[in-house]
Design a protein around this ligand. Structure first.
Ligand code: PHE
Length: 345
């Protein structure tokens, strides 16, 4: 009997199971009602009474060993097969998919592009690092113009007589210059993009922001074309009935120049703190392209005329969504970003 026990002891110790069936065969073989242990206990009855003490102990240890091994292997098998059908509750809710949303500036930019595309404008882009010619000189900025001052412009390289300044563009008008230099009229394009100005960051000013400028050059383009185009744009963007007014202004690259106000989008003109109780808010600068600019870009200013306009996207978004702090646009706070239109995927 001792021999049999020794032989089975090593078998039990070495036992493993990859499948539940193997474990069950083990149970039947050793622990079943007709199993080996049951059999050994039967034989035990016939053992002489002076051997019973030692054998009884050995037999009980053997039984405990088989039971313990059975439980051990069962547990291992349970965790390894946790993804079997019976362990998955298909009725539980899923993990939830985080859906992204468009940045408010992207929403505004896309809307502006859509409106102008329907009027036949194409989208043009240019570099954010510009030379003096494209950002200033070609646009008729006099040498001593304050906008060239270190305070407004981030210079990357201060130039000398041979090599001009290199700077981060301060407006997307530079793209207009590039477009006119490289093509032939008519031009009808808008230029969305990021621009940089050397300003201290606060709720009302930032060292970078986004503009959309527009340019239309052809024969017989007049100021009334400019007014009609921008009037239509505003009706599309802020709704029918939005009023516009033009105030005379000055830009080196346009003559005459104007600033355009619209009736306040929040109070509709009755007065609120958005429009400082005036009923009007300024949204863009515009004017007829100065003949000097056309000539600088190699365009015959006797034959062609054009209009240009430029607006800040943050301003347009502010009037649409009432975002009072410019810093929110670039801080990437998810609580802010989540509030805008969700992408349908
Ligand atoms: N470039 C001007 C600015 O940055 C905006 C503008 C563009 C004004 C075109 C008139 C015509 O302020």
């Amino acid at each position: 009997m001792q021999n049999i026990i020794d032989q089975y002891t090593s078998e039990i110790k070495a036992f493993t199971a990859a499948k539940a069936e193997e474990l069950e065969s083990f149970r039947i073989k050793f622990l079943g009602t007709k199993g080996i242990i049951k059999d050994l206990f039967e034989q035990f009855k016939t053992v002489s009474s002076d051997e019973k003490r030692t054998f009884g102990k050995v037999l009980n240890q053997f039984k405990q060993l088989a039971e313990a091994r059975y439980e051990e292997v069962k547990e291992g098998l349970g965790s390894a097969t946790a993804d079997t059908k019976s362990d998955i509750d298909l009725t539980l809710p899923g993990d939830g998919l985080e859906v992204g949303s468009r940045h408010p500036l992207s929403l505004v930019r896309n809307e502006i592009i859509d409106i102008f595309k329907r009027l036949g404008f194409v989208v043009a882009e240019g570099p954010e690092i510009e030379d003096d010619w494209h950002n200033f000189s070609a646009l008729n900025f006099p040498e001593e113009h304050p906008a060239r001052d270190m305070q407004d412009t981030f210079f990357i390289r201060k130039g000398d007589k041979e090599q001009g300044d290199i700077a981060l563009r301060t407006h997307t008008s530079s793209v207009q210059v590039r477009m006119m230099e490289n093509g032939k009229p008519p031009f009808r394009a808008i230029m969305p993009g990021r621009v940089y100005r050397n300003e201290a960051i606060s709720a009302r000013a930032h060292c970078f922001f986004h503009q959309v400028e527009g340019l239309y050059v052809d024969e017989n383009v007049s100021f009334s074309d400019l007014k009609q185009t921008l009037y239509h744009f505003v009706q599309e963007l802020y709704g029918e009935g939005t009023k516009v007014r033009f105030r005379p202004s000055y830009f080196p690259f346009t003559e005459p120049s104007a600033e355009m106000d619209i009736s306040c989008t929040i109070c509709k003109g009755s007065g609120c703190n958005m429009c400082k109780y005036s009923g009007w808010v300024e949204i863009l600068g515009c004017g007829m392209v100065d003949p000097n600019v056309l000539e600088n870009c190699g365009i015959d200013s006797k034959k062609y005329t054009g209009f240009a306009f430029g607006m800040g996207m943050e301003r347009i978004a502010n009037l649409k969504y009432v975002i009072r702090d410019l810093r929110l646009f670039s801080e990437n706070d998810v609580r802010f970003l989540k509030q805008f239109q969700t992408e349908i995927i």
